[in-house]
Unconditional design. Structure first.
Lengths: 142, 142
DNA sequence: TGTTGCACTTGCATTTTGCAAGTAGTTAAA
DNA sequence: TTTAACTACTTGCAAAATGCAAGTGCAACA
């Protein structure tokens, strides 16, 4: 099962940039994990398992491994509890922020039932760059 | 095969905007079709079959149907040839442009072997908004 | 020393994909 | 008027990925 993770050795279909992105996170689950790490304060395997979309545990394990190999997510130890594993976004992972915001804006526009808060969507439309900087400065602080 | 296309009736995992985007085009092929329609001047089924990534014909048919149902792609008849079908992006599809550009920028930054032209990436970094307007004005012209 | 919590693995049925081949409705040439 | 060619698909089947439920391993705590 899951023969491949994407590495330099994995046969890639092309080096088109859209295709590179798809081969990195173009499936139904990976961006949800990134979302939870980026926006929802989740850090542990157990927390990542509890999203609304109910990812199954084997898929989560596979995707985390893949994201680690791609240097999008880093796996670390919790300082206070040796048995606990902490997942976080690397700089490469954090650089997905503008993509995440564009996805949010598009869905906010076209999904009549979107959960995205109106105020957030307004902020996105009005001053995306500033929103990006605000979120990034929150990361730098911690 | 292919039981679902996403419609109002399809059970959706959540109305998180990231999830909405994933359920619209979160697979390994859909964005490649959109790329070819958006940037590579492709219009027909046959042309869409010839990409570097070699999409197979049943998957292409399925994804086009899906994209039509989602109102991202429109299917039209060629004026001069009744047997020929013309696919094009709807306004909802064209609104994916900023997402496509962000994906390109990210991949351009992290894929050492990216095919994205250096000059295009420069333009993206320096004045993304202007690039978007230039591309959009090209669409309005036709 | 045994129980609990956390991070995964494993097995297996179901679904989706990839590949090759086939069909159907024009249009164009003989 | 028949026939070949072109375009847009559809079909069948093997292989791979997914979803679900249950199990394992290891450290900490009681």
């Amino acid at each position: 099962m899951f023969e491949y993770v994407m590495t330099e050795k994995m046969p890639s279909r092309s080096h088109c940039p859209i295709n590179y992105a798809l081969e990195s996170f173009g499936d139904k689950w990976t961006l949800l994990i990134i979302r939870d790490l980026m926006f929802n304060g989740k850090q542990s395997y157990g927390e990542l398992l509890t999203s609304d979309e109910k990812i199954s545990t084997n898929i989560l394990a596979d995707r985390l491994k893949r994201l680690e190999d791609l240097d999008i997510v880093a796996k670390g130890a919790d300082a206070s509890n040796r048995t606990k594993v902490i997942y976080s976004l690397t700089p490469k992972g954090r650089d997905l922020l503008p993509i995440m915001l564009e996805l949010t804006e598009w869905s906010g526009k076209y999904d009549a039932q979107t959960e995205a808060p109106k105020s957030f969507l307004k902020h996105l439309e009005n001053d995306k760059q500033r929103l990006i900087e605000i979120i990034r400065s929150g990361w730098d602080a911690s």
